[in-house]
Design a protein around this ligand. Structure first.
Ligand SMILES: O=c1ccn([C@@H]2O[C@H](COP(=O)(O)O)[C@@H](O)[C@H]2O)c(=O)[nH]1
Length: 277
């Protein structure tokens, strides 16, 4: 478990708020890895070895593992076991269901004794409301990361609908703030929506924001920091494809490190600019 203060300490120590996304696709990994008994895990292991001093979090996206059934789940469990314990482990599962079902999702991803996985944090969709989210909060010291304003083009379909409290995504944040504080809840905000960060900070001044959408989706790290960084940093910026598929040759781990280093160096500049370090 990584507390809010430990996360802030890690950010200051590593001078980075990078989250490496482990969206590991068997079709995209270098072919020589296919000779290993668990190619997906082998790929992840080498990416983790190459990047762990440069990032503070890892985020496997469960879809990439569930797609391969039992084998995929084994790769996910092996990856979770291998993740460095000083880094926040996030399972990007985007779950949301009625309470007793959410209980089982929480058990699946949080309860190591039951499933073999004890992630620190899970992404959840708020659409089904309070009873779909609170089962995750029953696990002490675990984080929930609620989808607020996503990086997707389709975010406009629902998230910008107007409610009596403003846009739907603003209402989501205001409501979720009543469920738990900034020590348990983070929000997903897409880097492609960087100008909205100022507004989001009105509703979530202290919460960490998990920010996908830089790299392959084209969001700007500089703009995210300009509008979204708070006094503790308050950001975890995720990059998946731009790091893990920086090369598809035998040098893939070195290429991943080079990309992660580039991001870490930009992050260091932003942390200094904002007076966080
Ligand atoms: O709004 C969202 C929420 C989640 N994601 C996820 O983040 C990564 C992004 O991957 P890249 O390769 O860096 O684009 C991926 O797992 C998405 O499912 C998101 O992109 N946007």
């Amino acid at each position: 478990m990584i507390s809010r203060q430990q996360l802030i300490d890690q950010i200051k120590q590593k001078r980075s708020f990078l989250c490496v996304g482990l969206d590991t696709d068997i079709e995209k990994i270098p072919s020589f890895l296919k000779a290993y008994p668990d190619p997906i895990f082998e790929f992840n292991k080498r990416i983790i070895d190459a990047t762990q001093d440069l990032c503070v979090a890892y985020k496997p996206n469960s879809a990439f593992y569930e797609a391969y059934g039992v084998k995929g789940l084994q790769s996910l469990i092996a990856t979770w076991e291998y993740l460095p314990k000083d880094c926040l482990s996030i399972i990007d599962a985007k779950r949301g269901d009625i309470g007793n079902t959410s209980d089982k999702y929480a058990k699946a991803f949080f309860d190591e004794a039951s499933s073999g996985m004890g992630f620190d944090a899970i992404t959840v969709t708020p659409y089904m409301g309070n009873d779909s989210v609170t089962p995750y909060l029953a696990y002490d010291n675990k984080w929930i990361i609620i989808l607020a304003l996503t990086s997707s083009v389709g975010s406009k379909d629902f998230q910008y609908l107007t409610t009596e409290n403003g846009f739907l995504y603003e209402t989501v944040i205001q409501k979720a703030n009543t469920w738990a504080g900034a020590d348990r809840i983070m929000y997903v905000v897409g880097a492609t929506k960087s100008t909205e960060f100022t507004n989001i900070r009105k509703f979530a001044p202290d919460n960490f924001l998990l920010v996908p959408g830089v790299g392959a989706q084209g969001g700007s790290l500089e703009d995210v920091c300009k509008y979204g960084m708070n006094k503790d940093c308050g950001l975890l910026v995720n990059a998946s494809r731009s790091i893990i598929y920086a090369s598809n040759g035998e040098d893939f781990a070195d290429a991943a490190r080079a990309e992660a280093l580039k991001m870490q160096q930009q992050m260091e500049v932003e942390l200094e600019k904002a007076g966080v370090i």
